[in-house]
Design a protein around this ligand. Structure first.
Ligand code: NAD
Length: 422
């Protein structure tokens, strides 16, 4: 059910996703039945997963898979391991996947999965058993033509290798296209690991052009230093931007002259944290969000920028690397303050784009060079940005409403062409 996650009366991720949908749908004048068809998830599965822990005990975990839409193609979406995972959050993330795939024109529907667990307290063996049991339990609803998994928070290429192997053992043959974000040796795509961060960079470049901001030397702040945040920070650094602050769940770092990101990456590879890096001063991880900067990249979790703190944001551009980092109330405040927000369903779509390329390459059995992957990614990303900006200027709405309008129109068109089988 819908939940209040903090005393600050913030909406849950699902309430946010629904409000974003409603705001765009209202402008499109869609009839009520079509609205319900487009809005509700098509299928939600909850599984109980008994796992033997290393000390011999059994623990039962709860896993979710929500397939929001399969109208434009197989469902597609990541799987997240986190103590806060719940049906509400997974449903919101699944819906965002539908709109993300549609807005950038990838022939997939939207899905998301998750397991409520704390992977920081689990061994590799326990995580492997959990992943395999989750996959086996969902075998009937997964697969290259049905629903294709990918990594998300606290899951990675190794997790995908376990999913792929378990799926293949049950299918009795190797099915590399059952998941994306796999290790390269198992049919992964070159450029996939960096794809989300690269897409974030491309959309920041386009936004800077639109706002007449020079990216070289621009002050950037990155919240979250995992797959998305660390790659975005590295590519911003390579483009000559000054990454003045970063943070992860353990703490933040600040250096007004710009942090040496390649050195920080080496440090994080060794220690697993940004904390303790001597090329910057320590800072509270929340404080980094309020720093004055040209570009702020929230790349951790949802509901970070809320009505209670949106007035403290001092960035010209907010590039949403994470899914759902800004609540709808905060969005309005940012808009009124003239802050340009690149919405998540556009900004972080590079990951699913290259996941699509990986699925294509697996199915044809022919693999592209990294340059080819990056070139195709850039072409699609630049076009999607320009399409969304065009709608936003035409309808005088912010980029999020414009992205949702475009996405909803595309899914609605296909729904009407297919008709309703009843
Ligand atoms: P990840 O697990 O690799 O990294 C998450 C990072 O956020 C870590 O550095 C973690 O320490 C940090 N973090 C967590 N809680 C924090 C907090 N309270 N304050 C500061 N930092 C915090 O995850 P990821 O794959 O980089 O995903 C990050 C976000 O991007 C998620 O919202 C995810 O849904 C979204 N996303 C990921 C991809 C992808 O390809 N991985 C694609 C699209 C969107």
């Amino acid at each position: 059910m819908l939940s209040r996650k903090s005393s600050d009366i913030q909406l849950s991720a699902l309430e946010n996703a629904m409000q974003q949908f409603d705001e765009a749908a209202e402008r499109l004048n869609i009839d009520k039945t079509m609205l319900e068809i487009l809005k509700q998830p098509r299928r939600s599965v909850i599984v109980k997963l008994p796992i033997q822990m290393d000390d011999g005990r059994f623990e039962v975990f709860t896993g979710y898979r929500v397939q929001h839409s399969i109208t434009r193609g197989p469902a597609k979406g990541g799987i997240r391991y986190h103590p806060d995972v719940n049906l509400d959050e997974v449903s919101a993330l699944a819906a965002w996947m539908t709109w993300k795939c549609a807005v950038v024109g990838i022939p997939f529907g939207g899905a998301k999965g998750g397991i409520t667990c704390d992977p920081t307290k689990m061994s590799q063996g326990e995580l492997e058993r959990l992943t395999r049991r989750y996959t086996a339990d969902l075998m009937d609803v997964l697969g290259p033509e049905l629903d294709v998994l990918a990594p998300d928070v606290n899951t990675n290429a190794q997790t995908m290798a376990w999913v792929m192997d378990t799926f293949s053992m049950h299918a009795r043959h190797t099915v590399t296209s059952a998941v994306t974000g796999k290790p390269i040796e198992l049919g992964g795509s070159l450029g996939r690991r960096e794809a989300t961060g690269r897409g974030v960079l491309i959309s920041i470049r386009e936004a800077c052009k639109h706002k007449n901001i020079e990216l070289k030397n621009a002050r950037c702040v990155v919240q979250g230093f995992g797959n998305v945040g660390s790659v975005a920070a590295d590519l911003l650094y390579q483009d000559g931007a000054r990454v003045i602050a970063v943070c992860d769940v353990y703490g933040g770092l600040y250096n007004p002259d710009g942090i040496n990101i390649p050195e920080l990456l080496k440090f994080v590879m060794k220690t697993g944290k940004t904390v303790g890096f001597d090329g910057a001063e320590a800072m509270d991880s929340k404080e980094v969000l309020w720093l004055e900067c040209d570009v702020l990249v929230p790349a951790a979790l949802e509901n970070v920028i809320k009505s209670s703190n949106a007035n403290d944001i001092k960035a010209a551009i907010v590039a949403e690397g994470a899914n759902g980092p800004t609540t709808t109330a905060a969005d309005k405040i940012l808009k009124s303050r003239g802050i340009f927000v690149i919405p998540d369903i556009l900004c972080n779509s590079g990951g699913v784009m290259v996941s699509y390329f990986e699925w294509v390459q697996d199915r044809i059995g022919y693999f592209w060079t990294e340059d080819e992957v990056n070139r195709r990614l850039e072409t699609i990303m630049v076009k999607a940005f320009s399409d969304v900006l065009g709608v936003s200027l035409e309808y005088k709405c912010n980029m999020r409403v414009a992205a949702f309008m475009l996405a909803i129109m595309k899914v609605m068109k296909v729904t009407m062409l297919r008709g309703v089988y009843a």
